[in-house]
Write a protein that binds this ligand. Structure first.
Ligand SMILES: Cc1cc2nc3c(=O)[nH]c(=O)nc-3n(C[C@H](O)[C@H](O)[C@H](O)COP(=O)(O)OP(=O)(O)OC[C@H]3O[C@@H](n4cnc5c(N)ncnc54)[C@H](O)[C@@H]3O)c2cc1C
Ligand code: HEM
Length: 371
């Protein structure tokens, strides 16, 4: 371990136990020296679940070689434009971070720790600012909701029309803010269609328990409302040069990016067999089955298998979709695309490993922590 990395780890271990208090102090310090920065953050801030402090600490500690993470840091800086972050904010945030750690570390804190954090933070911040500076796109796009349909108790499918051209590739996701209901809370959603001539984007959203943004999008959003969208991200794209057949495995609204990839395939595919495995808890949550069946009837290369894990009278497959895939096959020479909740993706990757599918042939998007 390099000297800098050692100093960062050593100093963080002095305060790690008091993370919540450090976070509280960090924000208080930041907002005291620059009250205007409070407006960049969500209205109801739960400091314990704060994203920023832990994000910075993780970045500073894991990005020992910023050269290697250049693309990520530039992307992060570009993305921060959606939060209205300006170059002069970086110094304030860096200063508040170091003061907060110093305040809780007590006497064991030393000047060499100050220097280590200042140096590491400065390198990362410089890369983020360079990424933001070089971006020619708007920081975000306004888009109007043009259709909104409840497909199940907790699921909605809606379409938005961006006010300006927003380019993306099939399979990508982007972050979305709903200023009318949840200002300054951004969450990530996959686009459910391939790029269209009319520039519209479709989203499939499930309302998650007490989740703030998803429940507003499902239960409150209406035609005519405006949302904000930030630049597309993600690499779960099709390799047009691949001649391998493909297997798409989706859990719940994990179907969204899979639908996007399918729509792209309908435009050029003639030769690849494509198998879709779509699983949910009960049949109501197989919210897009009618459209999948319509596609399967139209394109002879497409087959669809559905499964329910919690609906014993469902006439399709029974069980988790990760297990159902293993009942079919053989899957010796296929490209795999997996999308859904963290546990679903984790279980599916485990099945594929047991089936000895090389990981290089698997692409996945996990909607939550994989644990
Ligand atoms: C790459 C990617 C693509 C995604 N694509 C989609 C998609 O196409 N469709 C889709 O539906 N989702 C998608 N997601 C998930 C989405 O980004 C959100 O995580 C999801 O909608 C929940 O957001 P929320 O604001 O409603 O919940 P949050 O408020 O973020 O809460 C998340 C969970 O924590 C719980 N929770 C809330 N508050 C607290 C608290 N104070 N303490 C403890 N627990 C709490 C909630 O009950 C919920 O279960 C994607 C995620 C990623 C990373
Ligand atoms: C080294 C510098 C920084 C790093 C590594 C960093 C990293 C991150 C990361 C990874 C997130 C989570 C992103 C997401 O969930 O979409 C985030 C959120 C955020 N960052 Fe930064 N950031 C840095 C500096 C700053 C600065 C200078 C500001 C300006 C005040 C800022 C403001 C925010 C805001 C407002 C959020 C959203 C917080 C929320 O939703 O609770 N960040 N940051």
């Amino acid at each position: 371990m390099g000297d800098l990395a050692r100093l960062l780890k050593e100093s963080w271990s002095l305060v790690e136990e008091h993370q919540d208090k450090v976070a509280g102090y960090f924000y208080a310090r930041m907002f005291l020296s620059r009250p205007d920065l409070r407006d960049l953050f969500p209205v109801h801030m739960d400091v314990q679940r704060s994203r920023l402090l832990s994000a910075i600490v993780t970045a500073v500690q894991t990005l020992e070689d910023p050269e290697k993470f250049d693309d990520y840091l530039r992307g992060l800086g570009r993305d921060h434009r959606k939060f209205h972050v300006e170059p002069d904010h970086y110094e304030v945030v860096g200063g508040a971070l170091i003061e907060a750690m110093r305040a809780y570390a007590g006497e064991q804190w030393g000047v060499e720790y100050d220097q280590a954090w200042a140096d590491a933070y400065a390198v990362i911040a410089a890369r983020m600012m360079a990424g933001a500076e070089a971006d020619t796109n708007p920081p975000y796009w306004y888009a109007e909701v043009v259709s909104h349909e409840r497909r199940a108790k907790d699921i909605a499918v809606f379409t938005v029309q961006p006010m300006q051209q927003l380019e993306f590739r099939a399979g990508q996701y982007l972050s979305l803010e709903c200023p009318k209901f949840q200002p300054r809370l951004w969450r990530t959603y996959s686009v459910a269609n391939a790029p269209r001539r009319d520039n519209t984007l479709e989203f499939h959203v499930r309302a998650l328990g007490a989740g703030w943004v998803s429940s507003s999008l499902v239960r409150r959003l209406q035609v005519g409302d405006m949302v904000k969208l930030a630049a597309p991200m993600g690499t779960m794209n099709l390799d047009r040069r691949s001649t391998r057949d493909a297997v798409f495995i989706a859990g719940g609204t994990g179907l969204a990016p899979i639908k996007s990839l399918l729509e792209e395939l309908t435009r050029y595919n003639r030769t690849r067999w494509v198998h879709v495995f779509f699983g949910a808890r009960n049949r109501e949550d197989l919210y897009d089955l009618a459209d999948l069946n319509r596609l399967a009837a139209r394109y002879p290369w497409l087959s669809v298998v559905t499964a329910c894990s919690d609906d014993p009278t469902f006439p399709g497959e029974q069980g988790n979709i990760s297990e159902v895939v293993a009942r079919y096959g053989p899957w010796n020479d296929h490209d795999f695309f997996v999308s859904g909740s963290g546990p679903m993706v984790k279980a599916t990757l485990k099945t594929l490993a047991e089936l000895q599918v090389p990981s290089i042939r698997i692409r996945y998007d996990s909607f939550s922590e994989m644990g």
